[in-house]
Design a protein around this ligand. Structure first.
Ligand SMILES: [Zn+2]
Ligand SMILES: [Zn+2]
Length: 128
C-alpha cells in the first residue's frame, strides 16, 4: 500500500567520520550528520582544534598524520579494553549456566533505528 510506504521512516546509512561506526539517521533527524553521536562530534571538534594548533607547531604533514593515527590507535585500544570489560560475561555465565550470551549485540538489519530519535525505519541504499 502506498499509504503504508509513506508511513515508513527512511534511514540514511552513514559512517562516523571519527570512529568509522555505521549508523542510521532518519529523514527527520537528517542534518548531514557525519558522526555517530554527540561524543564523536565533540571529540572531532576537540581534535580539529588540536590539529589546528599542531599544524602551526609542526609543519610536517606526515608527522601530523602519524600523530593522529597514533592517537586513534591508542583510543581504539582503550575502547577495546572498555568493551572487554562490558562483554565479560563470566559472572553472568555463573548466574545463568547454559544461557547463551552473545559476545556483542548483533546488528539486526530488519529493525534498524535512527540513532538520533530511535525510531525504527527502512534503510535506503547509499546515493552518491
Ligand atoms: Zn563515532
Ligand atoms: Zn531520527
Amino acid at each position: 500500500m502506498a499509504a503504508a510506504l509513506q508511513l515508513q521512516l527512511f534511514l540514511r546509512v552513514a559512517f562516523c567520520a571519527l570512529c568509522g561506526e555505521m549508523f542510521f539517521v532518519c529523514r527527520r533527524c537528517e542534518r548531514g550528520q557525519r558522526y555517530c553521536g554527540t561524543a564523536c562530534r565533540q571529540e572531532a571538534r576537540r581534535r580539529k582544534c588540536r590539529e589546528y594548533n599542531r599544524k602551526y607547531q609542526d609543519k610536517k604533514k606526515g608527522r601530523l598524520k602519524h600523530a593522529l593515527r597514533q592517537e586513534a590507535f591508542v583510543q581504539r585500544q582503550a575502547l577495546a579494553r572498555a568493551l572487554k570489560k562490558v562483554t565479560d560475561h563470566s559472572l553472568e555465565k555463573r548466574l545463568f549456566p547454559g544461557k547463551l550470551v552473545p559476545e556483542q549485540p548483533a546488528r539486526v538489519h530488519s529493525m534498524n533505528r535512527c540513532w538520533f530519535c530511535g525510531r525504527p525505519g527502512v534503510v535506503i541504499p547509499l546515493i552518491r
